[in-house]
Design a protein around this ligand. Structure first.
Ligand code: ADP
Ligand code: MG
Length: 230
């Protein structure tokens, strides 16, 4: 018990530190980007470098936003929303990306459940999971997201027909910086698991090499709202 308390205190401090570092680093990046955009086109000799510099800056910003989410697991902005609507939103949001990669996105919804939590955090967690599914799937493949009730919980299953994972990769999933991608950060899965667990839910991975991966997300429903009713 004591250890648990100490550990959560430590995470809180680390979280605050990471959030302030992310914030501080973002400011100079924005300034650099602004000046680069001003300078673009001034010197013909360097014109080929600008897209590269700007895309590397975008990559740095991307890594920092993963960190910011990682750093802020507290759910301050609570709202009550329909999980089904969130799943539809996600499909619409990710459809252009899937199409660009030659992948068909499917969604199936069998729940009118509502949840009270930070909607954006949950959205971020599911985006990370869906993006991984799309990135793991070769052209012509499919990624599906399914929502259905299970006892007093909501279940979301994301399936892909992609590369799958070996036993070893599967055991590493969710570890900080674990990535098999050339440009990977190894943060997405960790952030997703952390967000969903902070909401009292859980994330499970099942995978077969060269067949695909199934990610099962279990979410508790309106616990908070029920408690308030009492
Ligand atoms: P990144 O996407 O930057 O590599 P993540 O934390 O999102 O970092 O994912 C970590 C690793 O987990 C990936 O590099 C990949 O090896 C593996 N992974 C996650 N989801 C899947 C999936 N749906 N299919 C196959 N591998 C996956
Ligand atoms: Mg990822």
């Amino acid at each position: 018990m004591k250890d648990e308390i100490r550990r959560s205190e430590k995470q809180h401090t680390l979280g605050e530190l990471a959030a302030s570092i992310a914030h501080e680093v973002r400011n100079p990046l924005t300034v650099v980007k602004g000046f680069l955009q001003l300078m673009e086109g001034e010197d013909e000799r360097h014109k080929n470098y600008y897209p590269l510099i700007l895309s590397e800056l975008a990559r740095a910003e991307h890594i920092i936003s993963d960190y910011l989410n990682f750093a802020k697991p507290e759910f301050k902005k609570l709202e009550t929303f329909s999980i089904a609507e969130l799943v539809v939103d996600l499909s619409l949001l990710l459809n252009p990306y899937a199409l660009k990669e030659g992948i068909t996105l499917f969604h199936s919804i069998d729940s009118d459940a509502e949840m009270t939590t930070d909607r954006n955090q949950l959205k971020q967690a599911l985006i990370n999971i869906m993006k991984n599914a799309i990135e793991a799937t070769p052209k012509g493949g499919r990624v599906s997201i399914k929502l259905f009730p299970e006892e007093d919980q909501a279940k979301i299953i994301v399936r892909d027909t992609g590369l799958g994972m070996s036993k070893e990769q599967l055991s590493n999933i969710g570890s900080l910086f674990f990535s098999t991608k050339e440009q990977g950060t190894g943060l997405g899965t960790m952030v997703s698991i952390r967000i969903i667990e902070s909401m009292g839910g859980k994330v499970e991975y099942a995978s077969k090499l060269n067949k695909g991966t199934k990610v099962s997300v279990t979410l508790p429903l309106n616990k908070l709202a029920d408690e308030e009713k009492v």
